[in-house]
Design a protein around this ligand. Structure first.
Ligand SMILES: NC(=O)c1ccc[n+]([C@@H]2O[C@H](COP(=O)([O-])OP(=O)(O)OC[C@H]3O[C@@H](n4cnc5c(N)ncnc54)[C@H](OP(=O)(O)O)[C@@H]3O)[C@@H](O)[C@H]2O)c1
Length: 306
């Protein structure tokens, strides 16, 4: 018999739900839960029950109102925080929740994929620089950031602010997403390939490659609305690498753990834009091949198959 706290909560209607009970999903849910009812959607019933029993988030034990992906409650607004490779499945779950809007706060470009699999009236992607990581069974916040949401998602920004998180509506969300993509597609694959913390990318021999990735990507991203010149683009990427010098980029963490990376939503997104616009991005293409090879090697190892 279930322990009382691990029983499935009443499937009430929620103002907000989060799909993805990983590092960032748990971090957001733990911050929001004291202020409003928030449903957390886990991969399956077993995981949902374990979460309801309690999970360490920061300094406290958090007991989320967790549901299995097979039986989600309805919700007004849904935030998607699964890894990019799980987006299509998350979109189908979100559709079943009959929300007013579905907001991805994932890295990479996932809005198109989300829209292709989700029939909610509003489906869009914001960005967040909030940070959290998993340490065994625990989730540790890795620094406060800011969450930008597209026009139409004002209630979501309001709920996040109500929980003490920094959040606002960004009228030019396309530009903001591209600026974040620029940073991700320069730092993430190189950190994964060289297995170094972000700060090391600013030093030789990695620095030349970092700057090449920025310079190559810039014309493609500018054609889609990014308003940075080369100097500003390099400064943006160097600034993030400096501010996060000791951090391990998420792609490096994925590679080290033998998990699939978000390469397709990051470098892959750039390559699709480059192909459509007739831009040459040979270094990004090479980086994609190399990261794919690492992923395959990790998957073929006993740990990856495990
Ligand atoms: N962590 C950060 O600091 C940070 C910052 C900015 C942006 N982001 C972005 O936020 C997204 C999530 O990152 P994260 O670090 O939180 O990843 P994560 O720790 O791997 O969490 C993802 C969670 O999604 C769950 N999941 C996968 N498929 C699911 C499904 N079909 N239904 C329900 N849950 C499902 C996974 O469950 P299992 O554990 O069972 O696989 C996992 O718990 C990524 O796009 C990332 O790039 C993260």
């Amino acid at each position: 018999m279930d322990h009382p706290t691990t029983r499935t909560p009443e499937a009430a209607h929620f103002p907000l739900a989060i799909i993805g009970a990983g590092a960032l999903g748990l971090h957001f849910a733990a911050r929001l839960a004291p202020r409003l009812p928030v449903a957390l959607i886990a991969r399956n019933a077993e995981r949902a029950a374990a979460l309801r029993g309690g999970v360490e988030v920061g300094e406290a034990v958090f007991r989320p109102r967790a549901f299995a992906a097979e039986a989600p409650p309805t919700a007004d607004w849904v935030i998607v925080l699964v890894k990019a490779g799980d987006t299509a499945r998350a979109a189908e779950i979100a559709t079943r929740m009959r929300p007013l809007g579905v907001l991805s706060l994932q890295n990479g470009l996932t809005a198109e994929l989300l829209r292709a699999h989700c029939t909610a009236a509003q489906v869009d992607q914001g960005i967040t620089t909030e940070g959290a990581y998993r340490d065994g069974g625990r989730v540790l916040p890795s620094g406060a950031g800011e969450t930008l949401v597209p026009v139409g998602f004002e209630p979501v920004a309001e709920m996040l602010r109500c929980a003490g998180l920094q959040a606002r509506v960004e009228p030019d969300i396309v530009r903001a997403r591209l600026a974040k993509l620029l940073v991700n597609l320069a730092i993430n694959p190189l950190a994964a390939l060289f297995r170094v913390p972000n700060g090391a990318l600013l030093e030789p021999p990695h620095r030349a490659l970092l700057d090449t990735l920025v310079r190559e990507a810039l014309p493609v991203l500018r054609a889609h609305g990014l308003d940075l010149d080369e100097r500003a683009a390099l400064a943006r990427v160097h600034g993030v690498a400096t501010a996060t010098a000791r951090n391990r980029a998420s792609m490096l963490q994925d590679v080290l753990a033998g998990r699939p990376t978000e390469l397709d939503a990051i470098t892959g997104a750039l390559l699709r834009m480059a192909d459509a616009g007739g831009f040459e991005v040979p270094t990004h293409r090479a980086v994609q091949t190399l990261v794919r090879a690492i992923e395959r090697a990790a998957f073929d190892s006993p740990r990856g198959r495990g």
